[in-house]
Design a protein around this ligand. Structure first.
Ligand code: SAM
Length: 345
């Protein structure tokens, strides 16, 4: 197995059967070696700097009914909210004062946020904070819509493909959502010129190790600028409430493999990792991640953007906990960076 890891380190690629054997490997020494190589690769590009993004959850209204998601349309027990332009601008100001130079506007697919409404907000952020990156994560939209948002000043877009297997996709989503359209959206975003992020939930219901190997190959071939990976975490009001959460160790292994395949990619240690495991974000960094996304949403709405149970949003996970988060990073030999942290070839 060590030969497989060395090949991955040297060549940045593996055959599907080699990926599967690595994902199934339980030998702690081998896994530690994988993480060590991933850290070496990350440090070649990013040194010991960890980029930060301020996450603003702009709406928990959603027209979709993804079976895994706590804010899906069918969950009648969600207290729905959407932020006004003024509230979003206030979040950005708080974030800017806390040294964030990159904002992520994320939300359910809320029809209120038409192109005109989002363009107005993005243009205002672009005008007021010309030195900041603006990332959107608002789900599937048309080519024209993505283009308008890009032209107003958005630079990056996060859209996880969730799974590259058509059959698995169908088990996680109602029939009006399709993997074809998801992939089309990702291709359109790239064509327009966004830095694009994709990714998966690890341990989502019905996922197999083979599915994960295919996802890794999909991501390697798609060459995203950003990769979002987090364990699936059940939500008590979702159809998948009785499924167990995804494995942290498996998430870390996938993260490390992808770091070695795509050395320059921006990879966050996600909130879901920090939710399932107290030190999950540190473990993510030590497996090759280089980004953290603290929560900049207004405090009173954070409890309503519950994609899954027990989602963390206070303490060091909150933007206002930046100093404490910095101290946690220093303990493992890293520093929080205030750069906007663009993808560099
Ligand atoms: N609507 C946008 C979209 O679909 O990309 C952005 C919001 S969506 C809630 C953001 C991500 O949350 C999804 O891509 C999914 O991977 C993740 N997510 C949703 N439910 C989850 C769960 N139960 N456990 C872990 N992650 C979850």
């Amino acid at each position: 197995m060590i030969k497989v890891i060395e090949k991955l380190f040297k060549e940045g690629n593996l055959q599907k059967d080699e990926i599967i054997s690595l994902l199934e490997c339980e030998d702690e020494n081998i896994i530690e070696k994988l993480f060590e190589y991933a850290r070496i690769r990350a440090k070649e590009t990013f040194g010991n700097e960890i980029y930060t993004r301020g996450l603003i959850e702009i709406s928990n209204f959603c027209k979709n009914d993804c079976y895994y998601c706590g804010i899906r349309r069918g969950n009648k027990n969600v207290c729905r909210y959407r932020l006004s332009k003024e509230q979003i601008m206030e979040c950005c100001q708080i974030g800017y004062d806390l040294d964030f130079r990159s904002f992520v506007l994320q939300g359910g697919e809320d029809p209120h946020f038409s192109d005109d409404v989002i363009c107005d907000i993005v243009s205002e952020i672009r005008k007021k904070y010309p030195d900041c990156a603006i990332t959107l994560s608002l789900g599937e939209r048309s080519y024209e819509s993505y283009k308008k948002l890009f032209d107003c000043g958005a630079n990056r877009y996060l859209l996880r493909h969730e799974t590259s297997d058509f059959c698995h996709y169908g088990k996680l989503h109602p029939k009006e959502l399709s993997l074809e359209n998801r992939i089309k959206c990702l291709e359109n975003l790239k064509k327009i010129g966004y830095q694009v992020g994709t990714g998966i939930m690890v341990g989502s219901p019905y996922q197999t190790i083979e599915n994960i190997a295919d996802d890794i190959i999909f991501i390697k071939n798609f060459k995203p600028h950003m990769i979002g990976l987090g364990p699936f975490v059940p939500h008590k009001e979702s159809i998948f409430r009785d499924f167990p959460h995804g494995s942290v160790k498996l998430t870390l292994k996938i993260l490390a493999i992808l770091r070695l395949m795509l050395p320059k990619a921006l990879i966050p240690a996600t909130t879901a990792l920090g939710t399932v495991e107290e030190n999950g974000r540190e473990m993510g960094i030590l497996a090759g991640a280089n980004v953290l996304m603290p929560n900049l949403s207004p405090k009173d709405v954070r409890k309503n953007y519950l994609l899954y149970d027990n989602k963390i949003s206070t303490g060091e996970e909150a933007a206002e906990g930046r100093k404490a988060l910095g101290e946690r990073m220093e303990k493992i030999g890293y520093i929080l960076s205030s750069k906007r942290g663009d993808y560099r070839e």
